[in-house]
Design a protein around this ligand. Structure first.
Ligand code: THU
Length: 139
């Protein structure tokens, strides 16, 4: 899937957002390393702090659908009210957990901007830090 198609999927997901408090609908589309595309949107709550962002919604949906071994190739993010819409810090950390390699957003004129994930979260903490030297990454 090309950049434009992944951004289109994210935009479509944004139209399903539940954002009655911020009026800031966001959609995310992730493509896994095995080619599955899973979308998410932000879902807010009257208890404001319980909102979930589009990116984390997409990740949790992907795990529920595909299992715990998913690896994220790329995430595309579209905010209907602002461009570019970069993933928030919490979402960057959750994307990092699943080894996200790249991020695509739209610039002000709708053109894609693609960055390596390490540009968004350099020197990051990830699951491999918790593996002991002799467990070969198994849990
Ligand atoms: N939001 C996302 O869904 N993803 C982002 O990358 C940035 C922020 C949501 C959270 C909240 O529902 C609304 O946008 C305003 O912050």
């Amino acid at each position: 899937m090309d950049h434009a198609a992944l951004l289109t999927a994210a935009r479509e997901a944004a139209h399903n957002a539940y954002a009655p408090y911020s009026h800031f609908p966001v959609g995310a589309a992730i493509i896994t390393t095995t080619g599955e595309i899973i979308c998410g949107c932000n879902v807010e709550n009257a208890a404001y702090g319980e909102a979930i962002c589009a990116e984390r919604n997409a990740i949790t949906t992907a795990v529920a659908a595909l299992g715990p071994n998913i690896q994220v190739d790329t995430v595309a993010v579209v905010g209907l009210q602002a461009a570019p819409c970069w993933p928030c810090g919490a979402c960057r950390q959750v994307l990092r957990e699943f080894n996200c390699r790249g991020v695509i957003v739209e610039d002000e004129s709708g053109s894609p901007i693609q960055l390596p994930f390490a540009d968004l979260l350099p020197h990051s903490f990830g699951p491999e830090a918790l593996h002991s030297p002799d467990d070969h990454g198994e849990h």
